[in-house]
Every structure is written in structure tokens, then in C-alpha cells.
Write a protein that binds this ligand. Structure first.
Ligand code: ADE
Ligand code: ZN
Length: 345
């Protein structure tokens, strides 16, 4: 590796960044799954950590979700949710994440009889500790599972209402195709009426129309994934004009066969079209790495420039739900890092 590339790698690792698309249940490493299974007396259909890891060969989103929900079955108590989130924060700190907005899927747990307060209290306790001990500002976004009904989503929002102060927004995840955004128009309206932010997965496997519908029917402020947007020039123009961020997850897209190879990923084109694209890990325990691994592999595959890396980090702060004061502080930290590594913006 030449000196220039080595410096870019070091810069990508060191630059302060926000992570805006991480499913906390997707950070559950096989080792922790087995530890929690033993602690909680949960039987797993896999004999060992290695056997579980060997099952991580996915052909599409659904083939992943089946294993992801099975892995989450070991989470029963408040402490389990804390331990999972704390393990993520330690890795995030190592990757110089200064701000994180974590997705969580309450229905995955409440449908197994786990009280929603165990889920939210455990995750929130880890967020508070991350701020105090690691200097990471961390927030929670409650996601509705789109393969379930809107009634179930409304009931979940109602259950979460006593915890309103512990999360900042709602999202929409799980099986995309066949579950269009408009199915959830009422629950998103109810969430927005509570002053919650709104985001949704759209255009991961689904068509550009799902991105239009997430914007028009759910009034979301960000699109999660959104990589299918380039199939629709009018949509691209709107996303650019309105500066609607896309939380892109390159390694996820390859593992779930959205792109055959990372070299074919459209991240650079998204940036060149003026879209506010960001880099994120999605489900790092399942897809081969945390946020810096996403940056490093994408940098190598697409030959990203220093200026493109800076744009991605800047975009992550602009796209976040941080206060204006925090955003200004993050941008200043990034500027200092650019000077340290001699990266021009
Ligand atoms: N839940 C966890 N990861 C997801 C993804 N990549 N798409 C949709 N739902 C998810
Ligand atoms: Zn996701």
C-alpha cells in the first residue's frame, strides 16, 4: 500500500463520524448470543459460535432477517439489552463515532413476552453511560416491523408512550417488498404528533416508488438505504433539492446481494448527483464489520478521495438529529482531523 493510501486509511479511521443506521439487535455478535443463551437458559438451533457464523450466508434481505430474529431470541432482561448496546458503544468508540442514533425493534421482543420497559430502559441506560464515559452522544429510534400490521405498530407506539422521553424518533424496517410505506401512514402521523422524528427504510430492495411514498405518505426526514433512487431521475432531483439524507450501508448491500460486488456500489454516484449520502453499518455483527470497516472497504473498492471521505463525515453530522450546537462542535472536530492528516476539503 502506498503512503497516500495508508494516510487515507488512517484518516478514514480517525475522522469523527456519526452513525445513523445501526440496528442494535444487528450488533449482537455470535459470542454474546451464546453467552446470553447460557445465562438465560435459551436453546439455540446452532451447536457453536462457529456453526452460527457459518449460517451467515445470505441471498437476500429475508434470508438474513430469519437468522437475525432467531439471534434476538436470547434477549430477555433489561441487563441483556444494556449489555448488547454497551458492546456496540465500545466498538463505536474505537471507530471514532461521536454521535449514534440506534434503531431498535421492540416488537421482536414484546411478541416474545418481554416487557417493553426492559427493552427501552436497558438500551437507554447504555446510551446515558456512553455519553458519560465514552463521550458518545447516543439516541434511540423505535422501529416498527413492516411485515406486521399497522394495528400492531399503533399498539407498540401506545406501549412506548410512557417512555417518550427516552427515544427521539420512529423508523420502519424488516421485509420491504410487499409492505409499502402507506401501510403505516396513520402510525407515522401519530408519532409525528408526539413530536418524534421520522425515518424509514426504503429503496433497499424495493422500488423508487417506496422512497416517494416514504416522503409523501410518512413525511420522513431521512431515507434508510435509498440506493434504488438512482433508477428515477425525478426522485434524485427531489432528494438533492430537499437535501433528504440517505443512510447507506455498503457492506450490508453486498451481503444481501443488492450489489454483486462492492466495486459496483453506487455510493460515489449518489455523492456526484449531490445527494446527502452517509456510510453506516446496518447490522455489523452479520455483515462483516462496523462503521470503519465499511469506510475502509468502500474506500478501497471505489477508490474514494479524501474530499469524498470528508463529505461523507460532514453529511453524517448534517443528516443527524443532533442540536445545531452539537453539529457545529462535530464539524470543528472534523476540521481539526483534516488538518492533522493534511486532507483538503
Ligand atoms: N432490520 C435489520 N436490518 C435490516 C435491513 N437491512 N433492512 C430491513 N430491515 C432490517
Ligand atoms: Zn437497516
Amino acid at each position: 500500500m502506498n503512503d497516500h493510501r495508508q494516510n487515507l486509511h488512517a484518516f478514514a479511521r480517525a475522522m469523527p463520524k456519526a452513525e445513523l443506521h445501526i440496528h442494535i439487535e444487528g450488533s449482537l455478535e455470535p459470542e454474546l448470543i451464546f453467552t446470553l443463551a447460557r445465562r438465560n437458559g435459551v436453546d439455540l438451533p446452532y451447536a457453536s459460535v462457529e456453526a452460527l457464523r457459518a449460517a451467515y450466508a445470505f441471498t437476500n434481505l429475508q434470508s438474513f432477517l430469519d437468522i437475525y430474529y432467531a439471534g434476538a431470541s436470547v434477549l430477555l432482561y433489561e441487563q441483556d439489552f444494556f449489555d448488547m448496546a454497551w458492546a456496540y458503544f465500545e466498538r463505536a468508540r474505537a471507530d471514532n463515532v461521536v454521535h449514534a442514533e440506534l434503531f431498535f425493534d421492540p416488537q421482536t421482543h414484546t411478541d416474545r413476552g418481554v416487557p417493553i420497559r426492559f427493552v427501552i430502559d436497558g438500551l437507554h441506560r447504555a446510551c446515558v453511560k456512553a455519553q458519560a464515559e465514552l463521550g458518545i452522544r447516543a439516541e434511540l429510534i423505535l422501529c416498527f416491523l413492516r411485515h406486521l400490521s399497522e394495528e400492531a405498530a399503533l399498539a407498540t407506539l401506545e406501549q412506548a408512550r410512557p417512555h417518550r422521553h427516552q427515544f427521539i424518533g420512529v423508523g420502519l424496517d424488516s421485509s420491504e417488498v410487499g409492505h409499502p410505506p402507506e401501510k403505516f401512514a396513520r402510525v407515522f402521523a401519530a408519532a409525528r404528533a408526539l413530536g418524534l422524528h421520522a425515518v424509514a427504510h426504503a429503496g433497499e430492495e424495493g422500488p423508487p416508488q417506496y422512497i416517494w411514498d416514504a416522503l409523501d405518505q410518512l413525511a420522513v426526514e431521512r431515507i434508510d438505504h435509498g440506493v434504488q433512487a438512482l433508477r428515477d431521475a425525478e426522485l434524485v432531483a427531489r432528494l438533492a433539492r430537499e437535501r433528504i439524507p440517505l443512510t447507506v450501508c455498503p457492506l450490508s448491500n453486498v451481503k444481501l446481494c443488492v450489489f454483486a460486488q462492492l466495486r459496483q456500489h453506487n455510493l460515489r454516484e449518489l455523492l456526484q448527483r449531490g445527494l446527502v449520502a452517509t456510510v453506516n453499518s446496518d447490522d455489523p455483527a452479520y455483515f462483516g464489520g462496523y462503521i470503519n470497516q465499511n469506510f475502509i472497504e468502500t474506500l478501497d473498492a471505489l477508490d474514494l478521495t479524501g474530499a469524498e471521505l470528508v463529505t461523507l463525515a460532514r453529511n453524517s453530522f448534517d443528516a443527524s438529529f443532533a442540536s445545531e450546537a452539537d453539529k457545529a462542535r462535530y464539524h470543528a472536530q472534523l476540521d481539526a482531523c483534516c488538518r492533522e492528516f493534511g486532507i483538503s476539503r
